[in-house]
Structure formats: structure tokens, C-alpha cells
Design a protein around this ligand. Structure first.
Ligand code: CUK
Ligand code: CUA
Length: 692
């Protein structure tokens, strides 16, 4: 017997002892000539289980570490995950909901892109997607980057999720009672955003920072006027928690120099009320490789330092409320001049073209990752306040105070090549993604109260290699005031050889890492291909903080209005009403029929189709599609939906339920008859018999 096999047996003994307490699992291995007798008998005896586990491990060439990783992630049928991850969907324009540690995708949330399974944008939800129109044009995709869970006292509260669309500078609000998008807002100033969305500790404000500077208000100016006419910005959207909506009338933005603002984060604890953002391109490079200018990649990285933006949001909001703003494209903007004069905006040098900016759980420190510099730089909020109070500083060409770097910095930690983003755990550790190595670095946060780790402050502790180039990382509740730790997900941009190739376009790779221990050890547990866009950021919330509806609260519920729809179709009140050439269909939906089943209209009629799913059972969703009319709805138990269209094409259209709901699901259909305009018109609807 090899040493490795002996280790497997030993380990299997441990697992077997655990397994023997519970019900015996059925064998997943299929035909295996060497499998022991206990596997076929299903006997609950520990020794048989051990032998069986060892045999499976040997057959599948699994190491003891593999078996431990499997045991830590495998989630038996019917068991739920401890955490839920909300991951941006990158260019899919959506959000993905993923269980942790099982890494099972639970749901897509349609946000900026139509999503046919939910019927989002195929007759229902079109009004929400329409809110995201830009200059009257539908923009039916987004580049979602940073999801932000709503917070109460700096901790996730499980009520709402916000997300930005970098490509078009839009933000969306998702209601976590039903995981549906409720609102999309187009930023009236900017054409790209990146520093969003981030929330203040009680979700009073949702932050959306711009990225590539343009003339504000989506205006035109030649690029030769870059320094005079192009501007950066950060927008503060006021969140009305009761309404579940962002309120543009109480929101405002701040004009910033045309540096490319990158990411933002909100202060907490002692730094609550302040906002921090990093930047690239303080060089104000304008590119033009075709004219012999340095390309952006070089021009944007010429200076040794860029600027950490430090913004007094409380004061900015007071100024905005006092009317110290100007209006640009119908939106209130605090001018740069005013922000400077009133002490709202400060800069601190940060090493060359940094990336993330992350406020530590205590709110005392702000961590900026070097990207082109192997360090993370840690700024002290207390020191920043001292320097501001001293009134001693230079200014940049826009008059913005530049605070002394050395006076504001608490520490620098050399973490490795290409540091991008940092998150925190409950043990006083910080974790930074290293794009170039690629790896995750664990280091100790100095001055962390309640620190459990024995290492000295501000020290690199260890690294785990990831496959491959990592962007963001997410620790369970790792950007809140009270991180959970335990799990870290590396969001890797390249997967290279990790999976079976799927043509030349390969998935991204989420890697789950166990960070429950201390010291150097951070074992990799699981690879999860993400073949649906490039998620940038994710947040991981404890599952027991989420309390979604499992059916809508009442039959006839209009999710978009958050109330029962007056006049929603109900049993016995199904009917078709004609008012001139406008036809209203009032239809109930239940296993396994629609009522009415015949809907006759005239070509050219405007059809307004009201549907209520009258089911009250868990998971009793029905679909509703009309062929060739680009209509598909998903009606969850209790849901009311309204679909409007012009019956411009004559013919006979079998509508049916698109969700396999019962044994008689195929029979769940009806006919829409659109009478050609050259034939005698449908006069009055057939009488509808109330359901008995
Ligand atoms: S960014 Cu993608 S890796 Cu848009 Cu938050 Cu850093
Ligand atoms: Cu209802 Cu299928």
C-alpha cells in the first residue's frame, strides 16, 4: 500500500466516523469493478463507508486535501448554503445569485439586459428597462461592476441591492423581497461610471463615481480642450428606503477634475460621513497613438503619484441642500470651485495608477492597492483630519488641496505584484488580490481592535496562488463593519487550462478559498466556471439575513407598485372588454389553464392583457408567451402582470405556459385569434363563464 493510499484510508476513517452519524449517501461512482460490498448494500457501518470513500478517492485520483475540500463544499440535497453571493454579471448586464460554499448558481437577476426566463423585457419589465434609455434610445445591455447590498449601521441588512453599469453610467435598484429590478437611473452627467455602487453605512446615499472624463451633461467639446472642458464627477443618489427607490430630486453630484476617478468607498465609524475615491490619469493624458502621442496605457502612468480623493459628504450634502449647486442637464452639481472653497474636497498622493480603495472595518484606515506598485498603502483617517486641520497644503492646478503623503500614511505593506482590491475578515487580517502573480495575499491589519491573529501589525502573512489573473476578491461580509471571514472568493479573469475549453472564449473562474484558519494556510477549495460574462465584484451575505417572499403577499400583487393591483383579474371576474379598438383581457392563471382560452381581436387593436397567477403554492410559477409577438412573462404565485401590444399581425396564435408546471402543462394554452382587417370585425367578446 502506498503512503498516499494509507493517508486516504486514514482520512476516510475520520470522514466515515462523521458520516456514520447521518443517513447513508447513495453511491455516485457508477460501475466500478473494485467497489466494496458495503457500497452495494448501503450498510451504515463506518468501516465499510471508509473503504468505499478510499476506493472512490483512489478511482478518481483524489488527494486527502481534495477530500477535505469536497467535504467543505459539498452540500447534500435539500440543504441550504450558509452564505449567498451577489455577483455582478459583467457584460451580461445582470446579477448572479450564488450559494456559498456550494458555488451553485441559484438565480439570474435581469437588470440592464432583457432576461427571457423571468420574462424581463418581453412584455413585463419593459417600463423599467425603458428608464435606462439614453437620449431616447434603448440600451439593452450593461457592464455591471459593483453590486452593493443595503446596509444598516454599516452591516448588510438584506433588503436591497444596487449595481452600476459602467458602459453607460447607470445605476439600478433591486428589491431583495423578490429579487427583481425596481428602478434604473441614467446618470445625466456622465457616459461612463466605475466608482459605483457603494453605499453609506445606513444607505442614505448610493455613490456612483464616473470614470472616463467627458464634458459634463453628455455634451460635446473637442479633445484639445480636455483640461478646460472635460470633467470627472461623483454622484450621490439619495435612497428612499420606504419607497425602495433612488430619488433624483434629492440627489446631487460633485464636479471633479478630469482625472479618471476609479473606485469609491464610504467611510464608517470615525470616518462616517466621508467618502474616499482613487484615481488614475492625473496626468490628464488624452491619448492619440495614431498621431504619435503616447497611448493611454503609457500616458496615464507617467507620474509617480495619482490622487486619493477625500470628500466630506455631509458638508457637500449641506451645500447642495442650501442651493449652492448649478444645474447641468437638469441635475444639481456642486461646482469644483465651491467644493474647494468650502473644504469639501482634498487630495492625497497615492502611488502611481492604483486600483481599489477599501475602508477597513473599524473605519480608521483606508487601503489603496498599488496596481503598478507592489504595496498597499494604508492611510489613517485621524492623520488626514489632523493635516486638514493644520491648513498646511499645496494645491493642484484646479486649486484642490493636496495633503502631505507622509503625514497621512499609517503604513505600507509589500504584498506582491499587481495589488488590486482588499477585503477584511473577523481575525484582523486583510486580503489583497494580486493580479500579476496571481495570488491572494493575507496581511495583518495594524491597530485592529479584537485582533485574533498573533502576527505583528502590518505584516504580510502568506499567499495562496489562484488560477488565474485575479481581479476582485470577496470575503463573507468582508467590506462591512463586522466581517465574517471563513470564505474568500477569488474572481479570476482568466481560466486558461482549468476547464474543458469551450472554443476560444473561455469562462472566468471563481475560486473558493478557505480562510477560516490563521497564518499562511489558505487552502483552495473549489473552482467555479462563470461562463456568462465577467463578474467584477461580488458581496457575500449571511443567508439568514435574507428574507425573500416565497409567494407574493396577496393574490393580484403588482411587484412594481408594491401593492395589490386594483382590478387585477380574479376568479369569476375573467373577461374581455372592448373600448373602441382597445381590448382589455382579464385573465387568471392556475394549474393547468388560462381563463379565458379564446381571445379574439381585430387586426390593429391595442391589446392590454392583464394576468393574475392565483396560485398560493411555493414555486408555482407559470409562463405566458405569444408566438412572434416577442412576448414572454413569468408569473410567480400571486403575481399580477400587464402586457400591452398592438395586434398588428393577423393570424391564429397559440399562447401557452412556458414554465413546466404540471402533468397537464402542455394543455395549458389558448388561442389568440387576430382577425385580418379585410374581414368582418369582431364585434363583442364571447361571454366568459365564471369559474365554478
Ligand atoms: S474593477 Cu474589475 S477588477 Cu471594475 Cu472593481 Cu477591479
Ligand atoms: Cu403553467 Cu405550465
Amino acid at each position: 500500500m502506498s503512503v498516499r493510499h494509507a493517508m486516504l484510508l486514514l482520512l476516510a476513517g475520520g470522514l466515515g466516523a462523521l458520516a456514520s452519524c447521518g443517513p447513508q449517501a447513495s453511491g455516485p461512482t457508477g460501475a466500478n469493478p473494485t467497489r466494496p460490498a458495503s457500497q452495494t448494500t448501503g450498510g451504515g457501518n463506518g468501516a465499510g463507508g471508509n473503504a468505499r470513500l478510499a476506493a472512490v478517492a483512489q478511482q478518481r485520483n483524489l488527494t486527502p486535501d481534495d477530500l477535505v475540500a469536497a467535504a467543505m463544499t459539498y452540500t447534500p440535497s435539500g440543504r441550504h448554503d450558509e452564505y449567498i453571493q451577489f455577483a455582478s454579471g459583467g457584460h451580461s448586464g445582470q446579477v448572479f445569485v450564488i450559494g456559498v460554499p456550494s458555488m451553485r448558481i441559484l438565480r439570474t437577476i435581469g437588470v440592464f439586459t432583457p432576461e427571457p426566463w423571468q420574462g424581463y423585457g418581453y412584455g413585463v419589465g419593459n417600463d423599467i428597462l425603458a428608464q435606462g434609455r439614453v437620449n431616447g434610445r434603448d440600451v439593452l445591455w450593461g457592464d455591471t461592476h459593483h453590486p452593493a447590498l443595503s446596509e444598516t449601521r454599516g452591516d448588510y441588512d438584506g433588503q436591497f441591492l444596487f449595481i452600476n453599469d459602467k458602459a453607460n453610467a447607470r445605476v439600478a435598484v433591486i428589491d431583495l423581497r423578490d429579487y427583481e429590478t425596481r428602478q434604473i437611473l441614467k446618470n445625466p452627467l456622465s457616459l461612463s461610471d466605475h466608482g459605483g455602487t457603494f453605499v453609506t453605512p445606513n444607505t442614505e446615499w448610493v455613490i456612483e463615481g464616473g470614470q472616463y472624463s467627458t464634458p459634463l451633461g453628455m455634451a460635446y467639446a473637442p479633445i484639445s480642450e480636455y483640461e478646460e472642458s472635460y470633467r470627472g464627477m461623483v454622484t450621490f443618489w439619495k435612497f428612499d428606503r420606504n419607497a425602495g427607490r433612488l430619488d433624483p430630486d434629492r440627489s446631487f453630484a460633485m464636479e471633479l477634475p478630469p482625472y479618471w476617478q476609479d473606485l469609491f468607498d464610504a467611510g464608517k465609524g470615525p470616518s462616517e460621513g466621508w467618502i474616499f475615491g482613487n484615481s488614475i490619469n492625473t496626468e490628464m493624458a488624452t491619448g492619440g497613438i495614431e498621431q504619435g502621442n503616447p497611448p493611454f496605457e503609457a500616458g496615464v502612468s507617467r507620474r509617480d503619484m495619482d490622487y486619493l480623493h477625500v470628500i466630506n459628504l455631509v458638508k457637500a450634502a449641506e451645500l447642495a441642500a442650501a442651493g449652492r449647486t448649478v444645474e447641468i442637464n437638469g441635475f444639481d452639481v456642486l461646482p469644483l470651485e465651491t467644493a474647494v472653497a468650502e473644504g469639501v474636497l482634498y487630495f492625497i498622493p497615492e502611488p502611481k495608477s492604483p486600483h481599489g480603495v477599501d475602508v477597513a472595518p473599524s473605519g480608521e484606515f483606508i487601503v489603496v492597492s498599488g496596481k503598478l506598485d507592489p504595496h498597499v498603502t494604508v492611510y489613517s483617517f485621524a492623520k488626514i483630519q489632523q493635516v486638514i486641520a493644520s491648513g498646511q497644503y499645496d494645491t493642484d492646478q484646479f486649486g484642490v488641496p493636496i495633503l502631505d503623503y507622509d503625514a497621512c500614511v499609517e503604513a505600507q505593506v509589500e504584498v506582491g505584484l499587481g495589488p488590486l482590491h482588499t477585503q477584511f475578515d473577523h481575525q484582523g487580517y486583510a486580503y489583497t488580490s494580486l493580479f500579476l502573480e496571481p495570488a491572494v495575499a493575507r496581511w495583518t491589519l495594524g491597530g485592529a481592535s479584537g485582533s485574533l491573529n498573533p502576527e505583528p501589525d502590518w505584516t504580510l502573512v502568506g499567499k495562496t496562488s489562484v488560477h488565474y489573473n485575479i481581479g476582485h476578491l470577496a470575503v463573507a461580509e468582508g467590506d462591512t463593519v463586522s466581517p465574517d471571514g471563513n470564505y474568500l472568493i477569488a474572481m479570476n479573469k482568466w481560466s486558461i487550462d482549468r476547464f474543458m475549453p469551450t472554443g476560444p472564449l473561455l469562462p472566468q473562474n471563481f475560486q473558493l478559498i478557505d480562510i477560516s484558519g490563521t497564518g499562511e494556510r489558505m487552502p483552495l477549495l473549489y473552482d467555479m466556471p462563470m461562463g456568462i460574462g465577467e463578474p467584477h465584484y461580488a458581496q457575500i451575505i449571511r443567508a439568514d439575513k435574507l428574507h425573500p417572499w416565497t409567494v407574493y403577499p396577496e393574490v393580484g400583487w403588482n411587484p412594481h407598485e408594491g401593492r395589490v393591483e386594483v382590478g387585477a383579474p380574479s376568479v369569476g371576474r375573467e373577461r374581455i372588454e372592448r373600448h373602441g379598438n382597445e381590448v382589455h383581457v382579464y385573465m387568471t392563471v392556475v394549474r393547468s389553464h388560462f381563463n379565458p382560452e379564446h381571445v379574439e381581436v381585430n387586426q390593429g387593436d391595442r391589446v392590454i392583457w392583464h394576468l393574475t397567477n392565483i396560485e398560493r403554492a411555493l414555486d408555482a410559477s407559470h409562463g405566458f408567451c405569444i408566438p412572434t409577438y416577442n412576448i414572454n412573462a413569468s408569473l410567480e404565485a400571486g403575481e399580477y402582470a400587464r402586457i400591452e401590444f398592438d395586434a398588428d399581425v393577423p393570424g391564429v396564435f397559440p399562447f401557452y405556459c412556458t414554465e413546466f408546471c404540471s402533468a397537464l402543462h402542455l394543455e395549458m394554452m389558448g388561442y389568440l385569434l387576430v382577425k385580418p382587417s379585410d374581414q368582418a370585425a369582431v364585434e363583442a367578446p364571447e361571454p366568459i363563464q365564471p369559474e365554478s
